[in-house]
Design a protein around this ligand. Structure first.
Ligand code: PMP
Length: 374
């Protein structure tokens, strides 16, 4: 049977989370906005419980959590939502990196077309930004710095603690896309200097279609976002629409479980990674960045094309050769290109990602499949 090794693309829903989602769909199905009866009250209670469970992961306040449909929507609300403030205050400069997810790069590109100036930070071959380049790029009119935590394609971990320090005496809002790290790799994203955190439920064993944007208060004031949709005022007017109570309740439980088990899950993931790396070293595999998340390995073996390897791995392991979100385009990965990798390495790049649910990674079969192509 094929082993699923594409957890960076999405994760299964944990059984206890699925049970709760089912209960909230079938039995406790009230609208959290219905104030006139107990069905609404129970739904609202479930939402507020989940809000606390999500906030706890990064030491935020319950009132700082806005539920969205996922990290794409959170990124859009965070970035496009700052437009009015930036224009009114003549702060139309944004700093981001060349390796962000498209759901960050595209809204920023949209603002660029509307007259914003954007600095795209480089990453070295390691996949990391240089915080000195960030410091040099800061201007009085910088309103937003948007830097992801863990990259979805390579697992590179940006030095968010150093970024926070670099911004300590600057007013720019700091947005972190934590879709690949929230609840899985907690280090640094609880830093109170981070104003906006985007999260995706389906990367964390909750269903698809739920996520959050956390808006931290700085000096008692929240980031001045203007909503991009208008409606019934839910989620403090920032994300109007009837709340997806079953998904929210499931997401809350998934966050609680992730927080409780983060260290154990991380250690297991690191063990799997070390074993896989040991096996691949014998084949002269090149690991495409460093340091990286314990949950993913992106590598390339000289002379082996990733499309051919994925065919070879059919029936053995479900892996990927780039971000699933961009898989309908055949352009080389913008992340690997930004790291300065040559075409051959990019064409050979394979991403294998796992979780605490992965008992073993079939390293022997993977290595045999690679050898068959050499
Ligand atoms: N940012 C990153 C880093 C991601 O990995 C993803 C999902 N691939 C997203 C944003 C988008 O998340 P969602 O699927 O919840 O919209």
């Amino acid at each position: 049977m094929t082993i699923y090794l594409d957890y960076n693309a999405t994760t299964p829903v944990l059984p206890e989370v699925a049970d709760l989602v089912y209960k909230m769909m079938v039995d406790e199905f009230g609208n959290a906005g219905s104030r006139t009866h107990e069905f609404g009250v129970a739904a609202k209670r479930a939402v507020e419980l989940a809000r606390g469970q999500v906030a706890n992961v990064v030491g935020a306040e319950k009132s700082e959590v806005i539920f969205t449909s996922g990290a794409t929507e959170s990124n859009n609300i965070a970035i496009l939502g700052l437009r009015e403030f930036a224009e009114a205050n003549n702060k139309k400069h944004i700093i981001t990196t060349k390796i962000e997810h498209k759901s960050v790069l595209e809204p920023i590109k949209h603002l660029q077309k509307q007259g914003f100036d954007v600095t795209y930070l480089n990453v070295g071959e390691s996949g990391d930004i240089d915080v000195n380049e960030l410091k040099a790029a800061l201007r009085d009119e910088t309103c937003l710095v948007s830097i992801m935590h863990i990259n979805n394609e390579t697992g590179s971990i940006q030095p968010i603690g150093d970024v926070c320090q670099a911004l300590a005496s600057h007013e720019a809002y700091l947005h972190v896309d934590a879709a690949q790290s929230f609840g899985k790799y907690p280090s640094d994203i609880d830093n109170p200097r981070i104003d906006l955190v985007s999260v995706s439920g389906h990367k964390l064993y909750a269903p698809k279609g739920i996520g959050t944007l956390i808006l931290r208060r700085r000096d008692f004031t929240k980031p001045p976002l203007t909503p991009i949709y208008l409606g019934g005022g839910q989620e403090k007017g920032l994300r109007p629409g009837t709340l997806a109570v079953p998904l929210i309740a499931g997401f809350g439980l998934a966050c609680e479980l992730a927080q409780k088990n983060a260290q154990k899950w991380c250690e297991h993931a690191a063990f799997l990674k070390a074993n896989l790396m040991d096996s691949l070293k014998a084949l002269n595999a090149e690991f495409l960045c460093n340091p990286t998340s314990p949950y993913v390995l992106n590598f390339s073996v000289p002379g082996v094309n990733s499309e051919a390897l994925m065919v070879q791995l059919k029936g053995i392991a479900a892996v990927s050769n780039g971000s699933a979100c961009t898989s309908n385009s055949y352009t080389p990965s913008h992340v690997l290109s930004a790291m300065g990798l040559n075409e051959e390495k990019i064409a050979g790049s394979i991403r294998i990602s796992w979780s605490h649910l992965t008992k073993t990674v079939p390293s022997d079969e993977i290595c045999r499949s690679i050898k068959e192509l050499l």
